[in-house]
Design a protein around this ligand. Structure first.
Ligand code: C5P
Length: 401
């Protein structure tokens, strides 16, 4: 995105809650967002919502020494590449158009030298009031861009013009063509696994692998953003379901195997990012195992290798596996590539100072038949996109070979 720093002004209207989604969308486009709320906006949505979503304290007051010390209103106006006011009430529009500056947002409007976008939201009768229309015309003359409003049902029960444009529409209009999502996996059916599995010993105990699921979930989100139809078979993790994907929850390796096989048909790409247990207890006790002898022997049996089973399916999807290693990364990764008959293995070191388990960041060494690429340490969300683009390229090359 060309616009990097967006100052978002939120006024007091029922549509204020939608501005929260706008912050999320702007940030997804790579923008840094600072939020200014009017006093009445704070009656509708708690400023903590915007603080959490923007990652910065919300600016609310012109005459607060602490806020002014953190970033004075003139600095805040200079900081912005773009001022967006959404929702903009009739009151704010009236103040902007007449040069009144009796609170932080109206003062910022006067101080701002950057482009300004106003996104009105109000009752349809208010919108049609001649004085409001005059104010809008005045703002347009001053070079302000007006987005919307849309037509439809209103919170007050009436119907007509006055609804705030949907956040996705605002984002699309502001971010322009250079920010249209790159749908390089448009329509592709993708199946993924993520997270650990739990292999029960008895009703209260299980064997598991360390895995937060973050990498797999980032991949699922990136694939959905790239236009893929994603099914994510997930072991137990404490992560929200990525937007626009189908999530199938499982616990054990056997359940994961079954869920994968049930969802594999017509799938063009499989990514096994789950940390599947290689062994499971040979027997599961129905009652809790009691303490008796000093030593106890656990008999384990191999689980089914899901990745290898997918790669052996006919027809088979483009099959990508992961390898988390503490030593001989390349040797083990290449061994997995041939032994499991995968198309690609994404390998990463674990037990290092940075990256791997639970971390927000990671680096990968990606191997395929006759090639390899290093993806350096970065945020897992970024890394997921880089890996997916590499996968898409190889998949395309394989399909057109
Ligand atoms: O053999 P190893 O567990 O090291 O291989 C890791 C890769 O194989 C990962 O992609 C993992 O999801 C997959 N795997 C699997 N089924 C298993 C064990 C691992 O699909 N039972």
């Amino acid at each position: 995105m060309t616009t990097k720093r967006i100052l978002l002004g939120v006024c007091g209207g029922i549509a204020a809650y939608k501005a929260a989604e706008l912050v999320r969308l702007f940030r997804k486009q790579g923008a840094e967002v600072r939020v200014v709320m009017t006093a009445s906006a704070q009656q509708f949505v708690n400023q903590l919502t915007f603080q959490a979503l923007s990652g910065h304290a919300v600016h609310t007051s012109l005459l607060d020494a602490e806020q002014e010390n953190a970033m004075g209103h003139i600095n805040l106006a200079r900081w912005a590449d773009l001022l967006v006011v959404a929702p903009a009430t009739a009151n704010a529009i009236g103040k902007f158009s007449h040069g009144l500056a009796d609170d932080l947002l109206s003062t910022l409007y006067l101080a701002a030298l950057c482009p300004v976008y106003v996104v009105p939201a109000m009752n349809q009768a208010m919108w049609h009031k001649p004085v409001v229309q005059e104010n809008i015309a005045r703002l347009k003359q001053q070079g302000v861009k007006i987005l919307g409003p849309a037509q439809g049902d209103q919170a007050c029960g009436e119907t007509g013009f006055g609804r705030m444009l949907e956040p996705t529409e605002i984002c699309l209009q502001l971010c322009g063509t250079d920010n249209k999502p790159d749908l390089y996996l448009q329509g592709l059916k993708v199946l993924m696994t993520a997270g650990p599995t739990r292999e029960p010993l008895d009703p209260v105990r299980y064997i598991t692998n360390r895995s937060s699921g973050k990498m797999g979930y980032a991949l699922a989100q990136a694939a959905a953003n790239a236009g893929a139809q994603v099914t994510l078979v997930s072991g137990p993790v404490s992560l929200p379901t990525p937007e626009g994907i189908k999530r199938v929850n499982v616990e054990s390796a056997a359940q994961m195997y079954q869920a994968v096989m049930e969802n594999i048909s017509e799938c063009a790409l499989y990514i096994g990012a789950a940390a599947v247990a290689d062994y499971t207890p040979a027997t599961v006790q129905t009652e809790k195992i009691k303490k008796h002898a000093d030593d106890s022997v656990l008999v384990l049996q191999k689980t089914q290798d899901i990745l290898a089973a997918v790669a052996a399916a006919k027809p088979r999807p483009f099959t990508v596996g992961f390898a988390a290693e503490t030593q001989d990364l390349e040797t083990y990764a290449l061994d997995k590539l041939s032994r499991k008959n995968a198309d690609m293995i994404a390998a990463n070191w674990v037990g290092q100072a940075e990256g791997g388990f639970d971390s927000e960041r990671n680096a990968l060494h990606v191997y395929w038949q006759g090639g390899q690429q290093h993806l350096p340490m970065t945020e897992k969300t970024q890394l997921a996109e880089q890996l997916l683009k590499l996968i898409a390229k190889r998949l395309h090359e394989k399909n057109t070979a």
